[in-house]
Design a protein around this ligand. Structure first.
Ligand SMILES: Nc1ncnc2c1ncn2[C@@H]1O[C@H](COP(=O)(O)OP(=O)(O)O)[C@@H](O)[C@H]1O
Ligand SMILES: [Mg+2]
Length: 240
């Protein structure tokens, strides 16, 4: 029998009082799979990820992580169980050094990997961070902060990485760098769910993808298959 998906989202609804941000959303992410949810600004992408990591309550439906419902589980305990959420805006600690940020990511859940070994792995993957190890994270460029955010997933590899708009606010060169790092994560077999407004970058990267429009999943397919249907993308996303 195949293993249960790492993540199962079934018919969820999530709102902010009267605002129905997620009206009907179901998706799966299998172990080792890289899945994208793409949608316009305001489609509900951030709300979806916040519901998965229990920062927002569900009004209906169910979410299962590693075979167990997340209902009633606290965000920080999900993190301990291997759910790593890199939020919109990166979530690095601006007043701490690069080194201290990596230390916090390593400490978030128990691991066999010694901190020195974790640090070495991070610096091999992201040499720029090694050069800046004593620098306060808030003084890094946007691209470097994104690399530091991604480094969290190397310092202590998660069972599921949730990534909110890794390309937001970055130059084209830094977007390419961020996706290069993500392709290495993919090659390592990491399980990833990312949400993006940058439809093309996300679809080129993801094995499978869902299109979210006004809180509803309206289409799904392989990244490649969706990219090959520009009329459909334009219809749902208004993009070229
Ligand atoms: N804290 C909030 N309070 C009220 N409405 C919100 C809040 N956050 C988001 N929304 C609304 O929920 C909808 C989805 O937002 P969001 O999940 O941030 O979309 P996306 O990440 O796709 O841009 C939007 O209509 C947005 O205005
Ligand atoms: Mg968002």
């Amino acid at each position: 029998m195949a293993d249960a998906p790492v993540l199962e989202v079934r018919g969820i609804k999530v709102g902010y009082g009267p605002i129905k941000a997620i009206r009907d959303c179901s998706l799966d992410v299998a172990a080792g799979e890289t899945v994208a949810v793409v949608g316009a600004n305001g489609a509900g992408k951030t709300t979806l990820l916040r519901a998965i990591s229990r920062m927002l309550p569900l009004e209906a439906g169910e979410i299962r992580f590693a075979g167990q419902s997340v209902a009633g589980r606290r965000t920080h305990l999900l993190a301990r169980d291997g759910l790593l959420h890199v939020p919109e805006g990166r979530g690095v600690m601006p007043n701490l050094s690069v080194w201290e940020n990596i230390r916090i990511s390593w400490e978030v859940r128990p691991t066999e990997i010694a901190f020195e070994a974790a640090l070495q792995r991070v610096f091999e993957r992201f040499p720029r961070l090694a050069e800046r190890r004593m620098q306060r994270a808030g003084t890094l460029s946007g691209g470097e902060q994104q690399m530091l955010a991604l480094a969290r997933a190397i310092a202590n590899p998660p069972r599921l990485l949730l990534l909110d708009e890794p390309s937001l606010g970055l130059s084209p060169i830094m977007i390419a760098e961020a996706y290069k790092a993500l392709r290495q994560f993919q090659a390592d077999g990491m399980t990833i769910l990312l949400v993006e407004q940058n439809v093309h970058a996300a679809l080129r990267f993801a094995q499978r993808a869902y299109i979210l429009k006004q809180g509803e999943i309206v289409a799904q397919g392989t990244g490649e298959g969706l990219l090959a249907d520009p009329d459909m993308l334009k219809h749902y996303l208004g993009s070229k």
